[in-house]
Ligand binder design. Structure first.
Ligand code: ZN
Length: 136
């Protein structure tokens, strides 16, 4: 597999508006996009820092994955996303090397990316995401 860079760091937050205000007013970053991913029951807000982004994640329902995460662990870093060249091939490779996948197949994420998660049990406790920009 070929990983080019850290595409984004996903951060679980309770209140996305309050968090945006911290990143904008304290850190001086600019939120350039807010998007709801119905499929994953999350609302996302993006900041760009060079090639890497910060993705804030707020749940849109208590039963969504971010809602459950916050209930268990509180706010904080939720996942790290690695930009890969060929997501399907990368998943196959990881699986062949004994990595437990959460997603066997890529699914649609924010910003026209295809995404898939690797299980933290196989990655040293970190929820890792592979992502690849879809060709439009
Ligand atoms: Zn992500």
């Amino acid at each position: 597999m070929k990983i080019s860079h850290i595409e984004h760091i996903g951060i679980a937050v309770k209140n996305i508006e309050e968090s945006i205000s911290f990143y904008e007013k304290i850190l001086g970053l600019k939120c350039y996009g807010i998007e709801e991913i119905k499929d994953q029951k999350v609302k996302t807000a993006f900041f760009k820092l060079g090639e890497t982004k910060i993705e804030l994640l707020e749940t849109t329902g208590p039963d969504g994955p971010i809602g459950k995460f916050i209930e268990k662990k509180g706010e904080g870093i939720h996942h790290i996303a690695l930009a890969v060249e060929d997501i399907e091939q990368s998943l196959k490779e990881a699986e062949a090397k004994g990595i437990q996948l959460i997603d066997n197949k890529p699914r649609p994420g924010a910003e026209n990316f295809e995404i898939a998660f690797l299980h933290p049990k196989s990655t040293g406790g970190i929820l890792m995401e592979f992502c690849e920009k879809k060709q439009l």
